[in-house]
Ligand binder design. Structure first.
Ligand code: ADP
Ligand code: MG
Length: 266
């Protein structure tokens, strides 16, 4: 089982610098879809980078699948807001590069087949394989990044505001796509999804953590069982969900208000 265990994690970018994250604790079961909500600058990306193994903890421990996180690993796929595609490679080559690292023993033809299957799974034409990122729209680039992340099939997927740069319609389509890819797989991937959009978090997540700032720590958390999760049609109707939505917005705003008033330490 790929339990993710974040225990008393604190982090500063340099020794002696101010803590960006303080005493973060999260126990996340395999297959959960976790959203991490919070205002800009509260440390969401930093937490994701720690989960990815791209930064070293100042104190505490992160274990994934029973092993401490140390360095990047193909066990964890990452999708960033800026797509993370190499601009000089075609969309297909970008996906192939990741697949080759993940499946070093398979031949190129087989990997090309997987890449084309993944493009299809994210709703892209096979012709996209030959296109450079600059020839694709933002939504298409993010579909390629999602195809790559699901193609290497990691048990844990880290997504950092993946739809932050997209228009509302494209964003909604890609939210549905990720939810569909995630829910039809068994065992499910554990997803850590960073966003500052409360409605996005409510639509996608089985767990939500709100981070407060200076230093970042968990100020609110909740679970959303699958049968309570809103759909795009019901998201503004269910009174209980609306109450939860208000609570989430309020906890983020209270944190902001406290900082504006200068009550929280810097
Ligand atoms: N490489 C870095 N070196 C030093 N400070 C950083 C670095 N990256 C981010 N920070 C600081 O850490 C804090 C949290 O940043 P970040 O994790 O990017 O927040 P978020 O993703 O929630 O907007 C910010 O104050 C930011 O300025
Ligand atoms: Mg960020």
């Amino acid at each position: 089982m790929y339990q993710t265990s974040i225990k008393n994690v604190s982090f500063a970018y340099a020794p002696g610098d101010r803590l960006i994250l303080k005493d973060i604790n999260m126990e996340v079961a395999e297959g959960e879809f976790v959203s991490i909500l919070g205002q800009s600058g509260c440390g969401k990306s930093t937490l994701l980078r720690l989960l990815a193994g791209l930064e070293t903890l100042t104190s505490g421990e992160i274990q994934i699948g029973g092993k401490p996180v140390s360095g990047a690993s193909l066990d964890r796929g990452i999708v960033f807001q800026d797509y993370g595609l190499f601009p000089w490679m075609t969309a297909g080559e970008n996906i192939l590069l990741a697949l080759r690292q993940r499946f070093p023993k398979r031949d190129k033809k087989e990997l090309r087949g997987i890449a084309l299957r993944m493009l299809d799974a994210v709703g892209l034409e096979p012709s996209v394989y030959q296109k450079l990122p600059k020839e694709l729209s933002g939504g298409m680039k993010q579909r390629c990044a999602i195809a790559r992340a699901f193609g290497i099939d990691p048990p844990v997927l880290l997504m950092d505001e993946p739809f932050g740069a997209l228009d509302a319609v494209t964003r909604a389509k890609l939210q549905d796509l990720v939810l569909e890819l995630w829910s039809r797989q068994e065992p499910k991937k554990t997803v850590f999804f960073v966003t500052h959009d409360v409605d996005e978090a409510l639509l996608l997540s089985s767990r939500i953590f709100v981070l407060g700032q200076s230093p970042g720590s968990v100020i609110f958390q909740c679970s959303l069982p699958a049968d309570r999760r809103p759909t795009r049609d019901t998201q503004f109707e269910d009174p209980e969900l609306l109450q939860l939505r208000n609570t989430l917005i309020r906890s983020i705003n209270q944190d902001v208000a406290a900082r504006i008033a200068g009550r929280s330490e810097q």
